[in-house]
Design a protein around this ligand. Structure first.
Ligand SMILES: Cc1ncc(COP(=O)(O)O)c(C=O)c1O
Length: 438
């Protein structure tokens, strides 16, 4: 056993020792004294601010309970959840079948790592293959991890299959992209706030304007291995590319032996009224990246899905994750897919989304504050005119009226409610939005 070295007497070591002493954990007395959540909204916010990093700016509401499309704050006030965890809650809060699958699995086995086989993984992978139409999947946990996995797959494919010299493959990405928060991913973001101070970044990416086929055509070169794109840019403000963009991008990628990588972490599993947003233009990608809704609103589950020519590049030891594809994830993911199918949530997204968009457009037609109402399925953005202030102010107004949404990129209010939401609740939302914006 190694012997412990005495601290040196240098000034640096002295101050490090002092810091270590002050940060030494003390007995956690509050756990024993007051188990359970905070006792008031004020206490919840105060504790989160005092002990948490300052990396989010939540609306000042403290949610205590959720069911379906609704949540309740600590004072018992009810809100319609029209953000649904940035689209991860497609099934609504605590869908009974998803929760039952979670509980049942938790009563048997929760985690084994991929060092062993588990009984639930195979059936989940089979169902995922059926749902996505891709032969194989590689499971991870968060969306960003799945995007990282897609990048690794594309790079290795580029070198070993396409024959691009090692470490030279280039991936094209779009202005306004959002693919997560790892250092590699923020390195190719066009949003200065996401990048500032976090460099140096991973090379091998080139940004081109979103929705611009000429730019894509011009950017593709002999070392281009992949085009990574969101079929609709969610975080950028529900930005829908021009008609035909994805179809032609698909064609260009095929023509040039470039992998089309569709990031459907936000748009996947029915959000836009189709199982996947690429289906609106029949632009089947080579790699499909999914996450969020696959976890049924209770657990992080993400994946890349591809056919053998791409997935075949992985060998044991190449890539992995301790939690990726664990039994809880498999049980929950499978239940999430079955509920989507059985409750026809994709079809609901198409019909209810069309109705919601139409009603919003009608209600806001004369509004001096609204620049545009756009959307596809139950994925809607309302763009606020700059002269009318930021979207944040309207999100707060809506919160006071009992409707939760969130501003994105200063001017857009994003609506991505659970696909289980009733028409009555959607109508209720339209009235609240009209009250705040008309
Ligand atoms: C298109 C897209 N990709 C990736 C991510 C990252 O997912 P996660 O936050 O689970 O890492 C997001 C999150 O909003 C997203 O919208």
């Amino acid at each position: 056993m190694a012997t412990r070295r005495r601290p040196s007497s240098s000034a640096g070591a002295r101050s490090a020792t002092a810091t270590a002493r002050s940060a030494r954990p003390r007995r956690i007395q509050t756990l024993a004294q007051a188990p359970g959540p905070a006792r008031s909204a004020a206490e919840a916010i105060e504790l989160a601010n005092r002990y948490g990093a300052n990396n989010y700016k939540p609306l000042p509401v403290v949610i205590e309970r959720g069911e379906g499309a609704w949540v309740w704050d600590m004072d018992g006030k009810r809100y319609l959840d029209m953000l649904a965890a940035y689209s991860a809650l497609i099934h609504g809060h605590r869908h009974p079948r998803v929760v039952a699958a979670l509980v049942e699995q938790a009563g048997r086995v929760t985690l084994t790592s991929r060092a062993y086989h588990v009984d639930v993984l195979g059936p989940f992978l089979r169902d995922l293959a059926e749902a996505t139409g891709f032969a194989k999947s590689l499971l991870m946990n968060t969306g960003a991890e799945a995007v990282e996995t897609a990048i690794k797959a594309a790079r290795k494919w580029g070198h070993t299959v396409k024959g691009v010299p090692a470490d030279r493959g280039e991936i094209l990405v779009c202005e306004g992209n959002f693919h997560g928060r790892t250092t590699t991913i923020v390195g190719f973001s066009s949003e200065e706030k996401y990048r500032e101070g976090f460099g140096p970044f991973t090379p091998g990416f080139r940004r081109i304007p979103y929705g611009d086929l000429d730019a894509l055509r011009a950017a593709i070169g002999p070392e281009t291995i992949a085009f990574l794109v969101e079929p609709i840019q969610g975080e950028a403000g529900v930005v829908i590319p021009p008609e035909g963009y994805l179809r032609e991008a698909r064609r260009l990628c095929t023509e040039n032996r470039v992998l089309l990588v569709a990031d459907e972490v936000q748009t996947g599993f029915g959000r836009t009224g189709k199982w996947f947003a690429w289906q609106h233009e029949d632009a089947r990608p080579d790699i499909l990246v999914v996450g969020k809704a696959l976890g049924g609103g209770v657990y992080p589950v993400s994946a890349i899905c591809a056919d053998d020519p791409v997935m075949g590049i992985f060998r044991p030891g190449d890539h992995g994750s301790t939690f990726g594809g664990n039994p809880l994830a498999a049980a929950v993911g499978r239940a999430a897919l079955l509920v989507l199918r059985d409750e026809k949530l994709v079809e609901r997204s198409a019909t209810e989304g069309a109705w919601f968009l139409g009603e919003l457009r009608r209600a806001l037609a004369g509004s001096p504050h609204v620049r545009e109402v756009r959307g596809r399925g139950l994925f809607v953005g309302i763009e606020i005119r700059k002269e009318s202030g930021t979207a944040r102010a309207y999100a707060e107004k809506l919160m006071a009226a009992g409707l939760l949404t969130k501003d994105t990129h200063d001017q857009v209010l994003r609506f991505a409610p659970p696909l289980t939401i009733s028409r009555k609740d959607l109508g209720w939302a339209v009235e609240r939005v009209a009250g705040a914006l008309a």
